[in-house]
Design a protein around this ligand. Sequence first.
Ligand SMILES: Nc1ncnc2c1ncn2[C@@H]1O[C@H](COP(=O)(O)OP(=O)(O)OP(=O)(O)O)[C@@H](O)[C@H]1O
Length: 252
Amino acid sequence: MTIHTSGLTRHFGATEVLNGVDLDLGPGIHGLLGRNGVGKSTLLRIVAGQLKPTSGTVEVFGQRPFDNARVMDNTCLTGVDTAYPGWWSAADVIKGARLRYRTWDQAIADNLIADFALDAALSTRYEKLSRGQRAMVSIVIGLASGTELLLLDEPYVGLDTHNTSVFYRHLLPQADSGRTIVMATHHIDDAAKVLDSAVILGRDGVVVKQCVPEDADRYAVAGPELVPIDDAPRHARAAKFDDLIEHVLEVS
Ligand SMILES: Nc1ncnc2c1ncn2[C@@H]1O[C@H](COP(=O)(O)OP(=O)(O)OP(=O)(O)O)[C@@H](O)[C@H]1O
């Protein structure tokens, strides 16, 4: 397992965010889903070694991640809201990441920059980039970092349909290469097409359910309802993975 947590909690003063998260994740693409403010980014920051848990166990590559260089050198956490220095150019932000990760793959960065048509924006200061351009920079950094563990916090924000497809096209070979990829997102329809599993974090700060695409085969969609396939009326359609995720989110 790349990530193991057991009874993981994180409180901010009186605010109890994570309340006993039990999770085991290995190679593949995993979605981290949940309503606003349930603690997805907090969980990613703990796994990345940037934040200490309040209690419980968290292990990455079998080690405690907090401030642990052996974990942090092989883990990349990035996303549209990552606080890269605003006065640096986009090119310098990417160069900083290249120097940071020994596993950096410049060919992946070059191909992504070309496919995103990001060249023209590279000389722009990071703080002046659009949200979509920031998302593209974070995707370049995440995929090219080559780290065994990649944590993507809201990678789709601001991306148009074309660039979302570019992202998928480059993401899938990364998962096939054995990396563990965890992606926090609200874009369920898009994400469901690529996920190997979906972890749904509930409002009570625990994992409500981890489901895989095959789980959807047991359900059908009848009007607004998800019903077991054996009880489905004649007009119901077969449920898809995003239907199942939506349903679990509704009740979480
Ligand atoms: N450093 C902090 N100090 C105090 N509270 C914090 C801190 N970081 C996060 N929180 C609180 O923890 C809760 C969870 O925040 P987090 O960003 O992890 O949620 P999220 O699931 O990623 O949300 P969203 O989907 O809206 O991005 C929020 O109530 C937030 O205000």
